[in-house]
Design a protein around this ligand. Structure first.
Ligand SMILES: Cc1cc2nc3c(=O)[nH]c(=O)nc-3n(C[C@H](O)[C@H](O)[C@H](O)COP(=O)(O)OP(=O)(O)OC[C@H]3O[C@@H](n4cnc5c(N)ncnc54)[C@H](O)[C@@H]3O)c2cc1C
Length: 376
């Protein structure tokens, strides 16, 4: 491929969805892969995640889409309803491949297990409780010191360290920091009524409730609200606050209220966004996923984009991209697409907060869904 002695050796920083997908993609491309994850254990929150068609296509490339489908709940589209549960419209989402559904709902913990197993079986070396403490670059690559004292040269460093990306901070200082959008999401895993077999979105005055099927037994409830800037809640008050915010919703929300108990594991998250200016690489450090383009979840596309980033990196390395060109080739394939999806997600959140009067939301959703299944 090249006479560079440390090519193709890659370090991936971050063992989330993007990092583990990158470990699989780069191993398939013939790289020697080390992955470091700062957390001391692989624990994941108990809520679910939407896998749209393009995420499933990218996971299929990595050989794990069928595992996700077996562990999750495939569905074809969404029912949009008023807050009282009156059906407004129902749509079926586009597929990215005939053998894959338009959507799959899956518990994050199950997705993580599948990616972790995939990365291990592909032969990546995975190290918990470890991070980068020093990094310098030359023409040939990056010289990295890890927190366990190991020093090693890498031709490629993949920054998959999430929305708060310490590597982004290391290389760019405070120039790119996440900003709050004004919306928050409340999530809770609940029993799934047998008849609930599609996604549901219920549009309230300034709130949106939704349900995503996860498996034969469960679904998750999501509620998007606007909260006062900087407000914080303690974990034990979240179930009560969630119930208060569900007031005014009928239909499936009314049915599920009985399951929101004082000790329910409600997950609350204020939404933030950040975008690294182009290019998403500095020397041999390439940023993927939320570290480069953290989006709001309005299109359920953040993890999908992270997995696509990983697949494209793998394709470029496997296709023999010269190490020095890799970052630019990656930008050519990823930048416009990921920005477009990120912008559309952000715009929907703005619309929901009354900041985009006149927006043709249906047209934006339709356009973006079809854009997402275009070839990457
Ligand atoms: C409320 C909400 C709902 C969402 N729903 C969806 C959805 O339905 N569908 C979808 O596709 N996307 C969804 N997303 C987005 C999705 O969760 C993210 O886009 C995705 O997790 C990004 O993956 P990542 O690997 O880039 O980052 P992460 O998954 O955040 O992983 C980063 C990893 O890096 C590790 N790390 C951090 N710092 C260091 C360090 N210094 N050294 C080593 N490791 C480090 C972290 O511990 C973590 O494991 C949602 C997001 C939110 C907030």
């Amino acid at each position: 491929m090249t006479n560079n002695p440390i090519w193709p050796r890659a370090l991936i920083v971050g063992g989330g969805i993007g990092g583990l997908a990158a470990a699989m993609a780069l191993r398939r491309a013939g790289c020697d892969v080390d992955l470091v994850e700062i957390k001391p254990a692989w624990a994941q929150s108990g809520v679910g995640i939407i896998q749209p068609a393009n995420a499933l296509r990218a996971l299929d490339t990595l050989g794990v889409a069928q595992d996700c489908l077996a562990a999750g709940f495939a569905y074809d589209g969404y029912d949009y309803m008023t807050a009282d549960g009156t059906l407004l419209n129902a749509f079926a989402g586009p597929r990215a491949a005939p053998h894959l559904p338009a959507y799959n709902g899956i518990l994050r913990s199950r997705l993580h297990d599948i990616l972790l197993r995939g990365a291990r079986e592909a032969g990546a070396r995975l190290q918990l409780g470890t991070t980068v403490v020093a990094l310098s670059q030359t023409q040939e690559g990056a010289h990295v010191t890890l927190s366990d004292g190991t020093q090693r040269g890498y031709a490629l460093v993949v920054a998959a360290d999430g929305i708060y990306s310490p590597l982004r901070h290391r290389l760019h200082g405070q120039r790119f920091v996440p900003t709050a959008t004004g919306q928050s999401v409340w999530r809770l895993t609940l029993p799934r009524p047998p008849a609930m077999r599609r996604g549901v979105m219920m549009l309230g005055e300034s709130r949106k409730a939704g349900f995503i099927p996860l498996n034969d037994d469960s679904m998750y409830l999501l509620l998007v609200t606007q909260e006062a800037p900087g407000v914080q809640f303690s974990a034990d008050e979240l179930p009560r606050l969630l119930l208060e915010r569900l007031d005014g919703f009928g239909g499936l929300v009314e049915h599920t209220r009985q399951y929101v108990q004082a000790d329910s594991a409600v997950v609350y998250r204020p939404l933030e966004v950040v975008t690294l200016d182009a290019p998403w690489h500095t020397g041999r450090v390439v940023f993927i996923g939320d570290a480069a383009h953290a989006s709001t979840p309005h299109l359920g596309q953040g993890a999908a984009m992270a997995i696509e980033d990983a697949v494209v990196l793998g394709e470029l390395v496997g296709g023999g991209a010269a190490p020095a060109r890799l970052g630019d080739d990656y930008m050519d394939r990823r930048h416009a697409r990921a920005r477009e999806i990120q912008d559309a997600s952000f715009t929907i959140g703005e619309y929901e907060q009354g900041r985009r009067p006149g927006l043709d939301l249906a047209a934006l959703l339709q356009r973006t869904r079809h854009r997402a299944v275009e070839p990457i």
